[in-house]
Design a protein around this ligand. Sequence first.
Ligand SMILES: [Zn+2]
Length: 378
Amino acid sequence: MFGRRITLFKLFGFEVRIDLSWLIIAVLVAWSLAVGFFPFRYKNLSVQTYWGMGVVGAIGFFLSVIFHEVFHSLVAKKFGIPMKGITLFIFGGVSEMGEEPPSARTEFLVAVVGPLSSIAIALACYGFHILGIRGGGWPLPIDGVVLYLAYINSLLAAFNLLPAFPLDGGRMLRAALWAFKKNLRWATRIASQIGSGFALLLMFFGVFQFFFTGNLIGGIWSFLIGVFLQGAARMSYQQVLVRKALEGEQVRRFMKSDPLTVPPSASVRQLVEDYIYKYHFKMFPVTEGPDKLIGCVTTKQLDGVPREEWNLKTVGDLATQCSPENTIEPQADAMKALSLMARTGSSRLIVVEGNRVVGVITLKDMLAFLSLKLELGQ
Ligand SMILES: [Zn+2]
């Protein structure tokens, strides 16, 4: 679902990342504004002016979404929910929560500040516009962009308030259902079913706009947002199922003991031929004796070694300290292992106790367990 991400900057300690899909969206937004929205509302400006307004408007939209997400993150942090950062992708942003909120009340508060912050920007922009009128009017292009930002932030607030999980309104609904029946799984199921329903409606509406009203751009937008919402609703429900299934399970339960390790004395050529080509893993633990961990060696580190030196250099020369990204303790929560894999994109983690390698845990084994557990209905 998520493609490549680029980290843009840090805000209040949260990393703001951008999914590559967002670059396409940013261009689409600037284009829709420059050839559709602004020329329709303001006649007789030059093409350059429309494009200038389009680009500034798209940047303003982008900053508005960040503002909205940062408020979610700040409130979540206040309640002690670990936040992994903010990623902008497809439509709008996602604040990535490390875990489910601890209570219905917390979930409600974290959700509600997003739309509130968008309404605040909309009001501020509208206030700026009124101020301009009092003072004789801002230059038209500036006024146009400011009014657009007032409009788009109102739309952002309204859209996010739809009771369609995982949108903010859907989260508020889930919080209410959760408080009512004290069952997170049930609340999530109902909220995401309603979310799917809204998504289908949006897709139909998009098709209708496209073919019957001639609003091509609007139709494409509605359809795309519907598709996105549909996927997000399904994914969020699955996430809750997985979390519930793995709750209380330790890494120890899924790990294979007696993992494959490389001695530091092996040459780089041996590493390539006897390990990498044979097992196709991207990372190997380097151990002295049977299980004393002295470092990790990854296929990436091979890039710096010219082929002529493969016989001369040893794995010990290459190995670096293992990072918390590819190691985990046996008593850690299985969910933690799964999130770590999702975040780093690696499907194998070394299980380490003190400085001993005790096993390896793979995504495949965890998924096998999950599918069994879900099939059995628990
Ligand atoms: Zn939000």
